[in-house]
Design a protein around this ligand. Structure first.
Ligand code: MTE
Ligand code: QUE
Ligand code: MOS
Length: 801
């Protein structure tokens, strides 16, 4: 694929090459920069780095109790274990103990009390991980137990919150519901999700000569790790360097929670003057760090005979765990997505961050959006079952549309809406209607096996809802041999960000991508960065890098224009060749050298901030999102009514990425996001016992999707010939998170299959995840023909607000 110019080329050859399309520019399926290294095992993760001489390894002892005061702490026995070098307790932290990202609540090590099972209490550094673990277990710690809140409904009833609640209100939902021909109410339990990145949380720290540190950290948020390492050490940020080449997956789990191990390792490194590595073993990672927020959502809806919603009240309650972390923003995003793709003219949406004695839940792909959408998708199906309509028809009539059905419940105008068209296209291409009939026939003929189908939409808002985070920086350097070094504030976690940003720079200079080296994210090269999150990595860093490249290119053009005495618009960069009117044609490398020889600066920073967006939290109004990404998916499932087991038979997806920067990578993101979402809604079940201990703390008990769970038929298409009308980088759209929510069609299809065995018009209740046990119970309930009593009515729980 790669084509290079060489000095031996003739002018004719050069101009022939210049006329060809740049094979590695934007819009091309350039392979991921690490693909070969990842397949061969050569790609380096933190734990693969060569060990430093004298390096210490850290193990953190976890709290065995969900809530307790520490009455006695004696770490002296730890030093009796061979190889143990030092033991860290809360008292040994030289600077700030709390590492809460926005609000306090996250002590680096337990400070007199423990808040959840798994909380780090002490950290032991030894010559090996095994000795550190043995050393930690030798500590003598006594606790006095306190009452623990473990049940989210109970904690909600007791109004245990980690932050203030928030409400969005449009129209008059109360009257609209009361005056509607039909009313329904209910509640939905939605489970959390373990990130299960292949590389667990890890940091490796080297102390520097002036009391600072270099931290190799697997993090989505280098700047925040830099800030917090400085803060726990009591040193300024300029003494802390964070280096992040790649993560073995992040998925939101390394946005805030990579900081803990980094800070502990840094404190030990400075105190001992030795390099320190801290990598969480899988079980410790699963118990210590937060996950996707489980939600308990309640609703009350009024609708007409067609299923058109006239008024709705939704309360979303995210289980934040013991501390705020990012929960306020996550519950906000759940609220922002309580409409999904539907116009809610009279809506009241309330969001609570419920405090329980569990690990502090955190960002996870979709950032609350999936949990917010689940309620309205549950409502769509429920309305359809009541009215005996096809759920797709109910969805369609509730869609956002023109004619005053185009504003959200937080008063953002829904622009670039083509969900109707996308739905029609997928409905036709996947033969939804014909399969609906076949499925009805299959279900009539088969007493035990039943099929279900569902087609669900996704509308996902792109931008950080905390507006100030929508900024990015980059640093581009052109060397005299024409090679280009690229650094930006984003982080590579497998999503292909570095590849896309390199394509953008390649396109800007019209050079082959092999000319460009994307270097590790480094807080000394690009400072004050936002986390790589909210799917905005390419939108923000791509623009910043483009701006940096454009600055250099402009300097080059200005120089050539005066040097050759030609008009700037006759200077063309094309396919590694620069032609300067009829004065000169040369390789990009020769041109770079010529610029340097004439004292032109060939390095530049670039910066970008997203225009147009704002959100007034007090008024609950604004335009929090620069634009929306759209998608539709249709899933067909087969369930066994005797066991509750199921299989996803076929999935069809149509997803909107604007003008794709890299179709291969985008399709990879859609497929990966879908499967991860399917895992969340089907097999990935987190189980805690009555003492608040996570019982599913490894792959044997926590079931992420395996290869065999891939749908037999999995058709994934990107919307073609459409560009983002907003001025995003090459009019592309973000892709990282939105496809995750396409998997809601799997859950909805399972519920459809359960509904097929319903007796006496009973509407099935299906909590998420729809494990075989859940499915089996749902079947039992609809067959008994009784409303499930274990799930309280809306009024009961509303009273607890
Ligand atoms: N894809 C891979 N392979 N690994 C990841 O960790 N994280 C997801 C998504 N896709 C992730 C991924 C999440 S949570 C986000 S927010 C985006 O990637 C972040 O990257 P982007 O903004 O560059 O798309
Ligand atoms: C989506 C996101 C994030 C978000 C808002 C979104 C996110 C994130 C934050 C955030 C908010 C306030 C802070 C901060 C981070 O908000 O990932 O440090 O002070 O980290 O809509 O993904
Ligand atoms: Mo993604 S949850 O915004 O890191």
């Amino acid at each position: 694929m790669s084509r290079k110019t060489s000095p031996s080329m003739t002018l004719e050859e050069m101009s022939a090459q210049a006329k060809q399309d740049l094979a590695t520019g934007v819009g091309k399926s350039v392979k991921h920069e690490s693909a070969e290294k990842q397949v061969s095992g050569e790609a380096l993760y933190i734990d693969d780095r060569g060990e430093f001489p004298n390096q210490l390894h850290v193990y953190a002892l976890m709290s065995p109790l969900a809530h307790a005061t520490i009455t006695h702490l004696d770490v002296s026995p730890c030093y009796g274990i061979d190889g143990v070098h030092t033991v860290l307790t809360a008292e040994d932290i030289p600077g700030e103990l709390d590492i809460g990202p926005i609000l306090p609540g996250d002590p680096l090590l337990a400070d007199g009390k423990v808040m959840y099972v798994g909380q780090p209490v002490i950290a032991v550094a030894a010559d090996s991980l095994e000795n550190a673990r043995k050393g930690a277990q030798a500590a003598i710690i006594e606790y006095s137990e306190l009452p623990a809140a473990l049940d989210v409904e109970q904690a909600l009833a007791q109004e245990l919150f980690v932050t203030d609640s928030h409400q969005q209100k449009r129209g008059d939902s109360e009257n609209a519901i009361a005056n509607a021909p039909h009313q329904l109410d209910g509640a939905l339990h939605i489970g959390g999700q373990e990130h299960f990145y292949l590389e667990t949380q890890v940091s490796s720290v080297v102390p520097t000569e002036d009391g600072g540190v270099i931290v190799y950290c697997s993090t989505q948020n280098p700047t925040e790790v830099q800030k917090l390492v400085g803060s726990v050490l009591g040193i300024p940020m300029h003494k802390v360097l964070i280096d992040m080449r790649r993560m073995g997956g992040g998925f939101g789990g390394k946005e805030t929670q990579a900081a803990g191990p980094a800070c502990i390792a840094a404190v030990i490194a400075v105190q001992t003057g030795r390099p320190v590595k801290f990598r969480l073993p899988r079980r410790e990672d699963m118990m210590m760090t937060g996950k996707r927020h489980p939600f308990y959502n309640q609703y009350k809806v009024g609708f007409n005979d067609d299923g058109l919603i006239q008024g709705i009240e939704i309360i979303v309650s995210g289980n934040a765990g013991h501390s705020p972390d990012l929960s306020r923003s996550i519950v906000d995003r759940a609220m922002f997505h309580s409409d999904n793709a539907y116009f809610l003219n009279n809506a009241t949406v309330t969001g609570h961050c419920v405090k329980t004695n569990t690990a502090s839940n955190t960002a996870y792909r979709g950032f609350g959006g999936p949990q917010g959408m689940m309620t309205i998708e549950h409502v769509m199906d429920t309305i359809a079952y009541h009215l005996k309509k096809d759920p797709l028809d109910v969805r369609k009539i509730n869609y956002y549309a023109d004619n005053e059905r185009d504003e959200t419940h937080y008063f953002q105008k829904v622009e670039d809406n083509f969900i109707q068209d996308m739905t029609e296209e997928l409905e036709a291409s996947c033969e939804y209607q014909a399969r609906r009939i076949e499925i009805a026939k299959f279900n009539a003929e088969n007493p035990l096996l039943k099929k279900g189908i569902a087609l669900t939409p996704v509308k996902f808002g792109i931008s950080f809802t905390a507006t100030f985070l929508n900024q990015a920086g980059a640093l581009v350097t052109v060397y005299t041999d024409g090679s280009i070094s690229l650094n930006h504030g984003g982080t590579e976690m497998g999503q292909g960000l570095n590849t896309k940003v390199a394509q953008i720079v390649a396109e800007t200079f019209s050079v082959d991508i092999d000319t460009i080296q994307c270097t590790a994210t480094n807080t000394e090269k690009v400072p004050n960065t936002s986390p790589t999150a909210a799917s905005s990595g390419t939108d923000l860093n791509g623009k910043a890098a483009q701006n940096a490249a454009l600055t250099i290119k402009q300097r080059m053009v200005d120089f050539a224009s005066s040097h050759f005495k030609i008009s700037p618009d006759t200077i063309l960069f094309s396919n590694g060749i620069v032609s300067c009117g009829d004065q000169a044609t040369m390789t990009f490398a020769d041109f770079a050298e010529l610029c340097w020889f004439n004292q032109i600066s060939l390095a530049s920073t670039g910066f970008y901030r997203t225009p147009k967006i704002y959100y007034d939290h007090d008024a609950a109004r604004g335009r929090p999102f620069y634009y929306f990404a759209w998608g539709v998916s249709c899933s067909e499932v087969l369930i066994d009514t005797l066991t509750g087991e199921y299989k996803v038979l076929r999935v069809d997806v149509l997803h909107d990425v604007g003008a794709s920067l890299n179709p291969a990578i985008d399709i990879g993101q859609v497929e990966g996001g879908f499967i991860q979402g399917m895992g969340w809604l089907t097999t990935e079940e987190l189980v805690w016992n009555d003492a608040g201990q996570l019982m599913t703390s490894g792959p044997a008990s926590y079931k992420i999707p395996a290869v065999a769970d891939t749908p037999d038929i999995f058709n994934v298409h990107l919307v073609e010939n459409r560009t983002n009308p907003e001025d995003t980088v090459f009019h592309s759209k973000a892709v990282g998170e939105p496809p995750f929510m396409l998997a809601i069609s799997v859950w909805s299809a399972i519920r459809d299959a359960v509904n097929s065995v319903s007796e006496n018009g009973e509407v099935p209740y299906l909590a998420a995840p729809a494990t075989p046990e859940q499915v089996y119970n749902a079947i039992k309930r609809v067959r008994k023909g009784k409303r499930p009593t274990e799930f309280p009515l809306f009024e009961d729980t509303l009273a607890t607000k």
